[in-house]
Design a protein around this ligand. Sequence first.
Ligand SMILES: *[C@@H]1O[C@H](CO)[C@@H](O)[C@H](O)[C@H]1NC(C)=O
Ligand SMILES: *[C@@H]1O[C@H](CO)[C@@H](O)[C@H](O)[C@H]1NC(C)=O
Ligand SMILES: *[C@@H]1O[C@H](CO)[C@@H](O)[C@H](O)[C@H]1NC(C)=O
Ligand SMILES: *[C@@H]1O[C@H](CO)[C@@H](O)[C@H](O)[C@H]1NC(C)=O
Ligand SMILES: *[C@@H]1O[C@H](CO)[C@@H](O)[C@H](O)[C@H]1NC(C)=O
Ligand SMILES: *[C@@H]1O[C@H](CO)[C@@H](O)[C@H](O)[C@H]1NC(C)=O
Ligand SMILES: *[C@@H]1O[C@H](CO)[C@@H](O)[C@H](O)[C@H]1NC(C)=O
Length: 437
Amino acid sequence: MQKPTQPPPSCTTAALTIIKDNRTTTVYWLVATSIFSLLFILSLSTTSQPPSTPPPDPFLFPSRQPQNSPHHNRLLFLNQRSPSSPSLPTAPSIAYLISGSKNDSGRILRLLFAIYHPHNYYLLHLDLSAPQSDRDFLALTVHSIPVFKAAQNVNVIGKADFAYRKGSSSLSSTLHGASILLRISDNWDWFINLSASDYPLVTQDDLLHILSYLPKDLNFANHTSYIGWRESRRLKPIIVDPGLYLLEQNEIFYATQKRDLPDAYRIFTGPSSAILSRKFIEFCILGTDNLPRTLLMYLANVPSSLSVYFPTILCNSQQFNRTTINHGLQYTSFDTRQEPRHLNSSDFNDVIQSGAAFASPFLPDDPVLDRIDREILGRSPGKPLPGGWCLGEPENDTCAVWGDADILRPGPGARRLEKRIVELLSNGTFRSHQCVI
Ligand SMILES: *[C@@H]1O[C@H](CO)[C@@H](O)[C@H](O)[C@H]1NC(C)=O
Ligand SMILES: *[C@@H]1O[C@H](CO)[C@@H](O)[C@H](O)[C@H]1NC(C)=O
Ligand SMILES: *[C@@H]1O[C@H](CO)[C@@H](O)[C@H](O)[C@H]1NC(C)=O
Ligand SMILES: *[C@@H]1O[C@H](CO)[C@@H](O)[C@H](O)[C@H]1NC(C)=O
Ligand SMILES: *[C@@H]1O[C@H](CO)[C@@H](O)[C@H](O)[C@H]1NC(C)=O
Ligand SMILES: *[C@@H]1O[C@H](CO)[C@@H](O)[C@H](O)[C@H]1NC(C)=O
Ligand SMILES: *[C@@H]1O[C@H](CO)[C@@H](O)[C@H](O)[C@H]1NC(C)=O
């Protein structure tokens, strides 16, 4: 297998042949053009990728190829998986939002390489505290990696948001990222929001392999309805987040009054790390139920809105309260003040034995990350994570030559993750830990 040299026929020429075939298909042509121009506008306004949408790479995605037969429907559904082999479970796909701020572009690239798989989608966001030159650097670097170009699955948000760690602007920027990802592709099944200080503990082949055996509506999110003094200190104050209305970085404004907790719905809190199903993200962003919007308005003036939003919607809607596993599959260790502490080499064994998929937070380029790369991910510095799609010589750059992205090669990480998920699902713990009040 080699990299593609000549692109299959372009969409516009195919559409024009349909017109010649039959006058009534003009409508389809119009619909197709408007969808493509929509994508065009979207990619112009939100991402830094070139506005053209070349066809999927024939080596990475042999099953997504446009057919040569003049079936005009194909044109409209170019991006969908072809239903050629319904019996084989296809690998699922994950949409990652990776956020960082000033000085984080190096860490974001490292994390991106460490969780890369051609099947997934990646959206990188450097918030407004980072200079535009960082964003440009990120976009140019991403554009220079051949496999990212072939898979067309890495995007950088060009018009950044402010994301204050404490206020609601980080929630707004997470929802912004999720809605861009919904537009970018119909294909992904789960949404994962990572920050630059997170790192994976399993390969993507491991994670995708395990997820392919689970129902696609499962959500993984730590949640509790227990509101102690620590939590109420973060829920009762009234703040105004400058990220929502000021262009310059500024202090958060605290009002002197406090307010009561809501009783129209039950508040649940949890760490913001979660693996959320596409159905749930659609419910939050496109749904007709109004809870996601009323809660959003309520949280506008709350100090820790990101830790409340997703768990509260999950547990207050009948549609999702039975689909939630009370564990975000992320390892975090807390210090005596209940703040997450930086993980280092001394934590390596605990972190790996936890069976989690991610861990957080790490300091930039901590030596433990090199150990994870070497022993767990099998990744060399500055190279994408190897997987079943890499066909190169092992001593050379294995991922410089690629094949079918549907082929997964899970390793020991899949066994650790499987064991953890079986524990979470077994023994009645799954039901008894769900959204309990
Ligand atoms: C930015 O990162 C560089 C290298 O990673 C480091 O030397 C520098 O101190 C950082 N600056 C800030 C403000 O964190
Ligand atoms: C999530 O919940 C599990 C079990 O209750 C706990 O061990 C873990 O530390 C929690 N994770 C985070 C990030 O708080
Ligand atoms: C999710 O994204 C927001 C901003 O987009 C960020 O502030 C937050 O830390 C992220 N959550 C995690 C768990 O990384
Ligand atoms: C989910 O919601 C329904 C209806 O409100 C309720 O009867 C059920 O107990 C809830 N399930 C859980 C696990 O909270
Ligand atoms: C890792 O961190 C812990 C506590 O934060 C510290 O006691 C330990 O010495 C650190 N280990 C290394 C190898 O830096
Ligand atoms: C390694 O890759 C280079 C460039 O792609 C190629 O010229 C060389 O023959 C490869 N070496 C081996 C041992 O495969
Ligand atoms: C089942 O529950 C018991 C008691 O709660 C616990 O000790 C055991 O570890 C659980 N087993 C699994 C596989 O979760």
